[in-house]
Ligand binder design. Sequence first.
Ligand code: SF4
Length: 320
Amino acid sequence: MCRICPNECVLKEGEISKCNNRKVKDSKLWTMAYGNPCSVNIDPVEKKPLYHFFPGSRAWSIATAGCNLACLNCQNWTISQLSPDKTRNYDQMPEKVVDGAVKSNCRSIAYTYTEPVTFYEYAFDTALLARKAGIKNIVKSNGYINPDPLKKLCSVIDAANIDLKAFNDSTYLRLTGGKLQPVLDSLKIYRDMGVWLEITNLIVPQWSDNPDEIGKMCKWLSENGFKDTPLHFSRFYPTYKLEQLPPTPAEILKNAVNTAAAEGLKYVYTGNVPGDEVSDTKCPSCGNLVITRQGFRVTANNLREGKCNKCGNEIRGVWN
Ligand code: SF4
């Protein structure tokens, strides 16, 4: 039995896990992901998206094949829904990942694209080495993980962007194959363990675009201590099993931003809306633009030691 995520797979000899990268051989549970990333890139940290964590820095980004959810709208389904023996992989043990990040002047390593929960051991060992080399660690995750392994992971992770994919149990199950509550629990653990947290809500037309549900989600975030946590509303584009749907109308994203602001969330952004994004960071106290961005590029940073350069209000984040 694997206890890493709420799927809690129980496998017989020769069987492969739900996340496609663990199997039982000789009565032992093995990971096929360790040291076998199928994607290795250098990304701006803003691409995760993380807007309040070393803005303008670069993240050495890795993924292995496999995911513990099966979202109908997955953008990376050609790697997330496969097993590592079906993808072309690099040979990168943790030492080599850290070495690549150091030599490329990356501030961080990001465990991303697919689902780091499913390459847990590889991510953990790499993160531990990275810490020793002065490199920060980031997860871009669906937050679908059990509390104990998450707490252990948090001991080596500096920042996380977690997808909150809907705010309705039934939608969560039909859209992703997972449940909502474990993700909400994970958000609290990340925050309480001192990991810098940002949240992404990708609004899928006809699935997660109900204004009442978006309102309930913002209210929950507000009432549960996430007012300082940046929230990114992301635009859906037709993909994978939802190719027949239109992109998210810009109006819905704007309404979502207004809803979140009305609930007191201080840092609300939109993503995947080229040319029309809400991507600048404003001081919640005086409205001064403290960080401006174009796409994933930081065009101005007016923070002074983490404070607004006009009124001196603290802007929450990890800045240097
Ligand atoms: S991480 Fe993979 S093997 Fe483990 S419980 Fe989750 S889906 Fe199953």
